[in-house]
Ligand binder design. Sequence first.
Ligand code: TXA
Ligand code: MG
Length: 348
Amino acid sequence: MNTQMIKINPEEIDKNTLKEAAKILGEGGLVAFPTETVYGLGANALDEDAVKGIFVAKGRPSDNPLIVHIAEKDDVYKIAINVPQMAQKLIDAFSPGPLTVILKKQPFVSSIVTGGLDTVAIRIPAHPIARELIRLSGVPVAAPSANLSGKPSPTMAKHVIEDMNGRIDCIIDGGPCSVGLESTVVDMTGQCPVILRPGGVTLEDIKQIIPTALLDSHVLSSISSAEAPRSPGMKYKHYAPKAEVTVVEGEHTKVREKIRQLCSLAKADGKKVGVIVRYGEEASYPADCVLTAGYESTSYAASLFANLRKFDENGIEVVFAEFKSEAGMGVAVQNRLYKAANNRVIHV
Ligand code: TXA
Ligand code: MG
């Protein structure tokens, strides 16, 4: 398949160019597009064959449901039924934005989109290209992250090209994604909101609107296969770079010492070593590739997936990642980092 590349400036959207991509969606094609979280791989959510194409292009298990993206808040009621008042409140507070709500689905929403569930995930992205594309296409857009299943989500068009060139109809390059981690998924079908996947809208943000909101117990721990997770996506191994990642967690000075030791041991073992540091001390580690995450959790989030892909590009075999657990956006970073590390965490 020949993949068409389109470049669009998000600050000055060329509608005529974007219309070409919207037309491809309307005709049952697959279009990758930027959102403020990560790049999405979109298909017309009302076209079952198009949606099936997403699962094929990604190599995604068919029981892992997709998020339906819409442009306007009122469209929630076209996709979902029994929308509780607390869901409306959250949507009013945080949409458009990095929030996905799980609601009971309208009967017409295909079980191919929902992985056989009677609920549907809905999100209104804030990215101007994403919103305009959905508007121009005139349909709800089913879209997972635009990576091959199991790879880190794409935060730049070049990541999408790496994974999807030749597999989909069109890739829109709209520059890097600002949040860098996927949206916060909140189950709104129970008594209180439950965060199934942490993201750019934090637990603290949500509690300001609905104080009873909770974090699902699986978010910061591994799941055994015997348990049935509330979100099918939780049970799959995610964000796995080729390298073996170990998180080293604790106070900065101790973490730095530990990582230096671990680097030396791995180097002595003949391994190609990578490190994620929080501050600009790249030169002080005996490693082959040292990448900076930055001081703030938001910058850790924005750089994490791109850094994991950079290690792969450089043939890095083991990675040590500096981390310190924090509230807010730190929870989302911890969730993705622990998954990338397959829960290999050293506390110092
Ligand atoms: O930021 C994002 O959410 C990006 C952009 C493109 O919008 N999309 C994204 O989609 O991350 P995906 O498919 O990679 O992740 C969707 C997650 C999966 O973990 C899936 O299991 C969960 O949402 N999910 C979808 N529908 C669900 C449902 N009805 N009930 C529970 N979990 C659901
Ligand atoms: Mg994904």
